[in-house]
Structure formats: structure tokens, C-alpha cells
Design a protein around this ligand. Structure first.
Ligand code: ADP
Length: 290
């Protein structure tokens, strides 16, 4: 089983002909609500490939919270450890889209109410997991606590350091895999990539957008090229990569095979609209690999 500890958001997306100026009211073209949050997205990515997944997170006692729970249940994800905040509302991302440009405001809401005591209450899930996936859209102290719990239970951790500002380099010792994109990597370490890969062999996996990903096997730096495709919407590419990487690793693939698998899965995800919308099934990944 894979357990994801992380965020759930409802994305509120408005498409428009122009961004409103200060004090101006304009008419938009279209409105959509789309389930998101890096935690939920990565849980869906792993579950859609066919693995048993449980999610630990926090939503509000509101209709968005209910809707997000039910989306995960439809993906056969265990939602018993998604708690409801008595006071905060479900996290949202307000996304304005005009041409290829966007302006986004995230209100973490209930995601920032996920506490170490919630993790303690779900200790049984963590202890029986083959891998725990964590991102950083929850309080930093909760992430630190999660890492300690996994270490004590001997459960491998895949940590996707987004947003990078919430990462603590001291965690490197206890993390099994760290998967920043290039921007996050630069923000966290501020060191040349080759040096970092050498310093963290088989641990640091840097995603490079359409170029794929890099890591070091301890002897050589390895570049696993991305799968060339026409991207329609790259939202959630990293989330698909992470869910698929965790899936492949717990299925016993080598890191090299798993990174290749995750690149293929993520390339399929960018061909469709929205983060969760394009996440592939196992059959779709195998079909592309064939
Ligand atoms: P993030 O979405 O977190 O910013 P990246 O942009 O590095 O992360 O993308 C993560 C992974 O998604 C890449 O390693 C690659 O496998 C895949 N990917 C991203 N963009 C594309 C693209 N345009 N074409 C094919 N694969 C892509």
C-alpha cells in the first residue's frame, strides 16, 4: 500500500478574454471546478495505475470537502484518514486564465490544519505502507513529524518538495527519494546540479519538464529522456511523475526502470486537460512503452 500525506484543493478556474484591471468588473468566458492539490493528485496518479492507496489530509466541513472525498473514493482511494477541520474551509486555488497566461491565488485553508496528532491517529496506515509520499502544502511541523514517523516505522519516503520554501535540507538524511523540478532544486540547494547528483546518489531525482529527469546511480549521472509529445496542459505533470514513480518502485522496479516508467506516465498526463484528468491507467503506460 502507498500512503499519501498531503493537500486537497478545489481549483476554481475562470477563463477570460483579458485580466480585469484594478477596480474593474468584467465578464468571464467559462468557469470550472476541478479537483486538485498536490497530495490528492499524486494519490490519484498512483491509484489509477492500480495500486492500493490511502490518503491522509484535511478538508473543511463544506461541499468542496465532500466533493474531493468522493472524487478520491471513485478512484478507489481509502479516505478514512481525511479529517474535517471544525473551523477552516477546504483549500482552494483560484485560477484566472487568459491566453496562455495565468494568475493563481491558493488559500490553503484546512490543509494547514493537518497536525501531528492527525498523523498519530493514522499511524496504522503509515506502519503498513510500502512507501509514503509527501509534498509540502501542509504545515512544516506536520511534514517533519511525518518524516520521523516513517523513519521509526522503517517506511521509505518519497518527498516532492513543492513549494520549495517549505523544505528543510536537514530532512535529506531521512528521505529515501527527493523529486524537485529544476526551479525547486535551485531554490533548495543553490548548488550546481552535477555536484548535487553526486552528493545524493539514488536519492535526488530532478525532473526537467519535457526533457525527462536526471539522477545519479552512484557511479554515473543518468539522464532519462522524456517522451516527446504535444502538451495540451502540463498541470499535474510532476504529480503524475511522483505517483507513477512511487508505484513503480513499490512494484519492485529498479530506479532506472521506475524513472522511465514515470516519464512515460507523465507524458500521457500532459496530453489532456487538468491535473487528474490526464493521469493514465497501467494499460495506457504499457501501450506507450510497447
Ligand atoms: P512540475 O510539473 O512539477 O513542474 P516538470 O515540469 O519537471 O515538473 O515535469 C515532470 C515530469 O513530467 C517530467 O519529468 C516529464 O516526465 C513530464 N513532462 C513534463 N512536461 C512534459 C512535456 N511537455 N512533454 C512530455 N513530458 C513532460
Amino acid at each position: 500500500m502507498i500512503t499519501v500525506i498531503g493537500s486537497l484543493n478545489m481549483d476554481l478556474i475562470v477563463q477570460m478574454d483579458a485580466f480585469p484591471k484594478q477596480g474593474e468588473t468584467i465578464l468571464g468566458q467559462a468557469f470550472q471546478t476541478v479537483p486538485g492539490g498536490k497530495g490528492a493528485n499524486q494519490a490519484v496518479a498512483a491509484a489509477r495505475l492500480g495500486h492500493e492507496v490511502a490518503m491522509i489530509g484535511c478538508v473543511g466541513k463544506d461541499s468542496f470537502g465532500e466533493a474531493l472525498r468522493s472524487v478520491l473514493q471513485q478512484e478507489h482511494i481509502q479516505t478514512g484518514a481525511i479529517v474535517s477541520s471544525p473551523s477552516a474551509l477546504t483549500g482552494i486555488a483560484n485560477i484566472l486564465i487568459y491566453n496562455n497566461d495565468n494568475r493563481i491565488v491558493v488559500v490553503p485553508g484546512a490543509n494547514y490544519e493537518l497536525s501531528p496528532s492527525h498523523l498519530e491517529a493514522s499511524k496504522h496506515l503509515i506502519q503498513k505502507s510500502q512507501m509514503v509520499i509527501i509534498q509540502l502544502e501542509i504545515p512544516k511541523e506536520t511534514t517533519a513529524y511525518a518524516i520521523r514517523m516513517c523513519k521509526e516505522a522503517g517506511v521509505p519516503i518519497l518527498l516532492n518538495p513543492a513549494p520549495a520554501a517549505n523544505f528543510d535540507v536537514q530532512w535529506m538524511e531521512d528521505i529515501t527519494y527527493l523529486t524537485p523540478n529544476e526551479t525547486e532544486c535551485a531554490e533548495i540547494f543553490n548548488e550546481p546540479i552535477d555536484h548535487l547528483l553526486e552528493k545524493y546518489p539514488n536519492k535526488l531525482i530532478i525532473t526537467l519538464g519535457s526533457d525527462g529527469a536526471r539522477y545519479s546511480d552512484g557511479t554515473y549521472p543518468i539522464h532519462v529522456p522524456g517522451y516527446m509529445t504535444t502538451a495540451v496542459d502540463t498541470t499535474g505533470a510532476g504529480d503524475t511523475f511522483n505517483g507513477a514513480l512511487a508505484y513503480a518502485l513499490v512494484e519492485g522496479q529498479s530506479l532506472d526502470e521506475a524513472v522511465y516508467f514515470a516519464n512515460i506516465a507523465a507524458s500521457l498526463s500532459v496530453e489532456k486537460f487538468s491535473a487528474q484528468g490526464g493521469m493514465p491507467t497501467l494499460d495506457a503506460v504499457f501501450a506507450r512503452m510497447a
